[in-house]
Design a protein around this ligand. Sequence first.
Ligand SMILES: [Zn+2]
Length: 766
Amino acid sequence: MKKLVFLFAAAFVPMVLCAQGLAIATRGQSAMCSIVRPANATPSQIYAAGEFQKFTEQMTGVKLPILTDDAPLTGPAVLVGDTRYTAQLLGAPCDVGALGKDGFRLKTCQDHLLILGGPLRGTLYGVYEVLERFGGCRWYASWHSVIPKRDTFAVPALDETQRPAFALREPFWYDMFNGDLAARNKANGNAMRLEERHGGKIRFGGGLFCHTFNPLCPPEEFFASHPEYFSEIDGKRVKEHTQLCLTNPEVLKIVTARVLERIRKDPSAKLFSVSQNDWHNCCTCPACKAVDDREESHAGTLIQFVNQVAEAVEKEFPEVWIETLAYQYTRKPPKTIRPRRNVVPRLCTIECDFSRPLDGNAFGQNLKFVEDIRGWSAMTDKLFIWDYTTDFRGYITPFPNVLALQGNVRFFRDNRVVGLFEQGAYQGRHGDFAELKAWLLAKWLWNPDLPAEPLLNDFFAGYYGAAAPLVRRYFDEVHTFYNDPEKKPLRIFDDVKNLVIPGDFYDRAATLWQQAEAAVKDSPAHLYNVRMGGIPVLFARLSRAPRQEAVKVWVTAEPGRYAVSPETRGLAAELLARFAEAKDIRISESEEHHDATLAQWKALANPPPLPAPQARAIVEDTLLSLGNRGTWGDTAADPLAEDGSAMKLTNTHYEWCTTLPFRQVAFDSGKKYRLRMRVRVEKEPGKEGEAFWSGVYDSKNKKGYGGCERATSVVGDGYAWYDVAEWVPEEAHYFWIGPGRFDKKGGAASAIKALYIDKLEISRAE
Ligand SMILES: [Zn+2]
């Protein structure tokens, strides 16, 4: 074998051809070179050779033959992977191991192109790099690629090596879960459907991805017999929304055993998460508190605990890493405890502003985050980040964060982050610039220094076609409004109604998107992208249109004032039409909110007939809002109530928990109304004190109207009507009621057993 290669090498013309580059295929001519892969190639290298062949043929019409390196090299070739010709051609062996799992080297040599990468993903990524950069192939979305028709596909003289900025690259956006799309954009994260042919991925195993305390040590299984395994809060162990007592040795034994069990069942995975549940409530028992006080962070007990699990795991699985979250109450790094070498802290940016890059940003939470990441970065070489890149209350809410993305990725790279998870709209397509954001993130997770402007031009032209300049104008302007993070931060649960983007901008934007549609009316693929891209503006305009809240109660002489305007009906109908066109689109992270919003659009597009005018309304208890339902009270059957149902409030609190917001009431503005209520009090025998308190509150001007409070000594046992207020209502007003106040100090208790609300009556007072 060696001899053969040697003979070949002697025949090569050195260097001259290199400077001119190589022609790979020319339309209308027979194949001028072959694709050669190792005879013992891995599945991803075999696939890589096939991808090169497929896209070269799509570009030029020329199908290159695929050969293996067990035959002599008989002419110009694209050598895919580390073939047995490598050393001879390069004059030295190529240490592909040094390229890591994902890196590659591209080298033209005489009349060959070498695409050298490791057996896992590097070779495949090298192939995509060549196709993308020199062929002009683009994979913007699973449904939208651009494979240009070319007369010639050629590469210039090349000698370059690329390695990714981050070992784990996860643009966690719905469409990027498509394995082909992810691989073509060099993403290798856990959620991507990457198969063996793609070289697999960096995978969390055993079902342990995040928020794993409850799955590993379930309160349902242990709380009854061992409440001490769970969080102690205000001196009491809690079962609901609990965390683990991280200084309890039995908890450590249980979690360690269960983690090991899961690794044994899934030994090919590299990462397993031992991490807090998705809420607060960490344990404050004396032992936990002592550690956390000393460490000046709740990450103290967490890292101490995870370190011990990881130490036990390492004995059996030295290659496995144990990941944990540095999230909310554990975000601040511990003072002295250090994560072990097989522990991966994943720091989360949930509190931050995303209108501008995280550093050099005056928003208070960003300043703290920068301090925290520096702390973590100094104590581990395995720092991961969980970053947030969409609005989770509305994936289709305009969320102008694109110009911050690159700065953030660079900031993470500069702080020695090795794994970057960029959470976006992961439950559906077509969030605000979803496909652009996912694609850009994939590019920057590989190389954070790729300049933004060429990437933006590339995507807009390829994805929106002739509409690109119009969409770009919208994109540029929507990114101008968030320019003061300290006062007006852009955060990931912002309500579309509260964005600082002005209404007149949306009016202009609507025109731009209409023009964009017209520009691509003859190009169905681009038209689809434009129509989906325009959804956030429709959503913002609909949400700002007047009278969107569902009106529950009608006390008006002019119901027509509450008719849904033709504009609102049109916007709702248009959104519904686009949702019907879209595949797998999702409004928000919460499924309940998604369903409720769709139902609201349907009602707005096709509103029910308006009720007749009326000057008096009865409001049954079921129309009232209740805070903390189940804890502070609930709807209860009550034979004494006129309709057999009442809102029952418990005596454990005296919050204003039951309300009727007047934005849910149709009333005549500027007119005086009277509000009364039918309630009864179940008294605590032998006790005297307050029975209830209620009133009307103006949340805008922080001011009350009317009010009704009674002592137990003056209320009877049955239902009675009580006057609450006579006033001129406004939308920002709300009726409220709570059980009577009591002094909580010294274990004092309420003077009542319960308070029942049967109904309210609202009537015109003049
Ligand atoms: Zn504890």
